[in-house]
Ligand binder design. Structure first.
Ligand code: PXL
Length: 281
């Protein structure tokens, strides 16, 4: 049996510990080959840095996907994240149709915002466009902000009731007919985690861990990359969700003593040696 392979379609931010600089090490540490398709090259991420250098790579997306296809590469998952423009949403839809086979899992992380705000690089119409990509996915992994943006709902600050989270999951299942994984699910001030809704059996699961004070950038990417790894390794929804919540928590715990210097990203690197064990549990 060949090694598992994931096509990761995100930007590459040279500094900032997010998108491809998180997806590549995590997926690789899980023993999975990670083929990278960069959507844009940035000097840093956009969450707090100024004067960022951005090189758009829109024109490279289809030539890369078509070359992979012509070389006969097959993918166990296609995992998309931060996209540079509305036009890229259409291109990633095309990429999926070029690269997907009947067994490929399509995971869309609709990266657009956090803490109630759309990231500075996106226009207000972007969340509506992102719904089109989510409609093609087997699994989507929005945070609460991204869920509210796609549903045109007013953002509410945490903590949330279980009923509110269940309502969001069901509303999102109108956009994506597969599985909805919602992150940033905080049911009390000292807990944090994720919830999932599987439309095939109607089951809703909640997983939580202790909440650490502070804001931690890039944790959505740490979560989704771990989750995708678990799913590709055949661990199933519940185990992958649990591993992703726990690995994200470990990364945050490993960062808290280094705030504020590490305001821009978590020290997931220091806990990478524990990843495989979490995925095995
Ligand atoms: O972590 C999400 C992310 C990915 N890529 C870029 C970002 C952000 C969040 O700010 O700016 C470029």
């Amino acid at each position: 049996m060949r090694q598992k392979r994931v096509a990761a379609i995100h930007d590459i931010s040279g500094i900032g510990k997010c998108s491809l600089t998180v997806a590549l090490p995590i997926i690789s540490a899980a023993g999975i080959e990670c083929s990278v398709l960069p959507t844009a090259l940035l000097s840093t991420h956009t969450g707090g840095f100024k004067n960022i250098y951005i090189k758009d790579l829109t024109g490279s997306i289809m030539p890369i996907a078509n070359h992979w296809k012509s070389e006969g590469f097959e993918f166990d998952a296609i995992y998309s994240g931060y996209l540079g423009s509305m036009e890229q949403v259409d291109l990633i839809k095309d990429c999926i149709s070029v690269l997907k086979n009947e067994k490929t899992l399509v995971v869309v992380d609709p990266v657009m915002g956090d803490n109630g705000k759309l990231y500075q690089t996106f226009s207000p119409e972007f969340p509506y466009k992102m719904r089109e990509l989510c409609a093609l996915a087997d699994i989507i992994t929005p945070n609460i902000t991204e869920a509210c943006l796609m549903l045109s709902k007013k953002y509410q600050a945490p903590p949330y009731t279980k009923k509110y989270i269940e309502e969001l999951l069901l509303e999102l299942s109108e956009i994506c007919k597969g599985t909805i994984v919602l992150t940033g699910v905080c049911l009390s001030n000292n807990q944090q985690g994720a919830a999932a809704y599987n439309s095939s059996d109607g089951k809703i699961s909640f997983i939580s861990c202790p909440r650490m004070a502070g804001i931690y950038h890039g944790t959505g990417d740490v979560f989704a990359s771990t989750f995708v790894s678990g799913m590709v390794l055949g661990k199933g929804m519940e185990k992958s969700l649990k591993a992703a919540v726990e690995f994200t928590h470990l990364s945050i715990k490993n960062t808290a003593p280094n705030l504020p210097e590490l305001w821009y990203g978590v020290n997931f690197e220091g806990v990478l040696p524990k990843l495989l064990q979490l995925l095995e549990e």
